[in-house]
Design a protein around this ligand. Structure first.
Ligand code: ATP
Ligand code: MG
Length: 461
């Protein structure tokens, strides 16, 4: 049976059918289907030592301890889980008391992080329905300032039904290695289906970020979003505008920095979700074909780098996402007489200020993002020592990459990118020759704009 399950996952067929037809297989989510160890492929070898330690210690202290969420979903799909979430009937205080290396975090959801070196195991207490009177209300014990109604404890059934997708509500019990399936998640794993638990529109209204999660999992797992789960998204997409920018930024990182950025972007656009995250980028794409091409290319390159285990930075992607609106505004300001660099800086400031109402952009990404933009105005200016100075800028490489994308996407004619390619590859002699070419060639956009310098106008806000 073990083999049967695994094989079934690869080629939908007959192996798991007996299980699905078994009497326990029911749509009544409150009676779980319990899949014995012999009938599922999830093994302790797929789990980290840290996760196992947490599970065993909770268990031997008399608590229930399950692995749940992405790690079980991914293990069933034959992928190596990357992080482990534990669900238990121990309260956060009880968990904290069991692990010296733990701390309580979270406001919306109070959870405990147990740390082992660099690995963190997230331990959550079963949650019930906020309005459920049977839920054991723990509010009195909590610190001041907690959103109390989000910390109502419940039993495992209630906990399962509060989770988002059926495939995320599979619980692996460390006591007997069974998997408890409250929402037919195993069936949906087999058919590679993403299905919200409960009424989709209600679940999206409760938490609109679930729409982003649907797209993220569909892209990452190559799952189909089930029609009822899919249908309300187009219309409910604007609910994302109510989500705090910091939370949306966290989601943006997961959406685009996990190696499936391009397909994620296409799905987001399809469901009208991309415009809720980056409205000005969306507008710019409607105005100019190159804007979309540039974003697609940036994501293609990022996905490729991730696949090759090379480093990637969100700063570059953000710079690419927002470049078209910045360039558009810069052009307007230049038409009004502002020189290139101040126009670019002003445009950047305006676009970022508006973007921050949708997603936050932490300084560690925002600063390099602006540098990458500003260098776009410096890259054409190569005379004298300038090319050498620009070459030494810490963001030169990223700025050069963006320049190549702009040429590739058709925003600007090709030429400058090739010049910089040659300049980087050339020896001293070749570099001097290239610099002379800039000096003598009126067609190569040198820093001639300086001549037109006028007093910068005060930026409009
Ligand atoms: P991954 O870690 O691969 O991104 P994951 O499914 O583990 O995927 P997490 O964000 O780590 O995602 O969340 C862990 C689990 O918590 C989920 O599997 C799901 O059961 C539950 N969960 C997370 N976010 C929500 C949400 N917005 N609404 C309902 N349940 C959620
Ligand atoms: Mg997870």
């Amino acid at each position: 049976m073990f083999k049967g399950f695994t094989r079934f996952l690869h080629s939908p067929g007959e192996q798991l059918k007996p299980l699905l037809d078994s009497p326990e297989s029911t749509t009544d989510a409150l009676s779980p289907r319990i899949i014995p160890r012999s009938e599922h492929p999830v093994s302790r070898q797929q789990m980290s030592d840290a996760a196992l330690k947490v599970l065993y210690r909770l268990n031997s202290a008399g608590f229930d301890a399950y692995l749940v969420g992405g790690c079980i979903r991914d293990a069933l799909l034959g992928k190596m889980p990357k992080d482990f979430d534990v669900a238990t009937n121990a309260t956060p205080e009880q968990v904290r008391d069991l692990f010296r290396n733990s701390r309580m975090i979270g406001r919306r959801f109070r959870i405990v992080h147990v740390r082992f070196g660099r690995e963190v195991i997230e331990v959550t207490t079963f949650r019930g329905q906020p309005q459920d009177e049977h839920g054991d209300h723990i509010a009195q014990q909590s610190d001041a300032g907690l959103l109390l109604r989000d910390n109502v404890w419940g039993n495992i059934e209630e906990d399962a039904l509060r989770r988002d997708f059926t495939v995320n509500a599979l619980y692996y019990n460390i006591a007997d290695f069974t998997i408890h399936d409250f929402a037919n998640g195993a069936r949906d794993i087999e058919s590679r289906t993403l299905r919200l638990i409960g009424d989709p529109a209600t679940r999206y209204r409760e938490d609109p970020v679930r729409m982003l999660r649907a797209v993220r999992f569909a892209a990452k797992l190559d799952f189909t979003i089930e029609p009822n789960t899919e249908a309300p998204m187009y219309e409910l997409a604007p609910l994302l505008l109510q989500i705090p920018p910091a939370r949306l930024f966290d989601e943006v990182l997961k959406l685009f920095m996990s190696g499936n950025g391009l397909i994620t972007f296409r799905l987001l656009s399809h469901y009208n979700l991309f415009g809720m995250l980056f409205p000005e980028a969306e507008e710019a794409m409607a105005d100019a074909a190159w804007a979309e091409e540039l974003i697609e290319q940036a994501l293609t390159n990022t996905d490729k780098r991730i696949a090759e285990d090379r480093p990637v930075t969100p700063a570059f992607l953000l710079a690419a996402f927002l470049w078209a609106p910045v360039a558009h505004r810069q052009a307007e300001l230049e038409r009004d007489g502002m020189p290139a660099i101040p126009a670019l800086q002003t445009a950047a400031q305006e676009v970022v200020a508006r973007q921050l109402q949708h997603t936050s952009i932490p300084k560690r990404f925002g600063m390099p993002m602006r540098d990458i933009w500003e260098l776009q105005a410096r890259l054409p200016m190569r005379r004298g020592k300038r090319a050498f100075q620009t070459r030494e800028h810490p963001r030169f490489r990223a700025a050069y990459d963006l320049l190549l994308l702009r040429e590739q996407a058709g925003e600007i004619p090709r030429g400058l990118g090739d010049w910089w390619t040659a300049f980087q590859q050339g020896d001293e002699h070749e570099q001097l020759r290239l610099l002379q070419k800039v000096g003598s060639d009126p067609a190569s956009q040198g820093d001639r704009r300086r001549k037109k310098r006028r007093k910068p106008r005060k930026a409009e806000q």
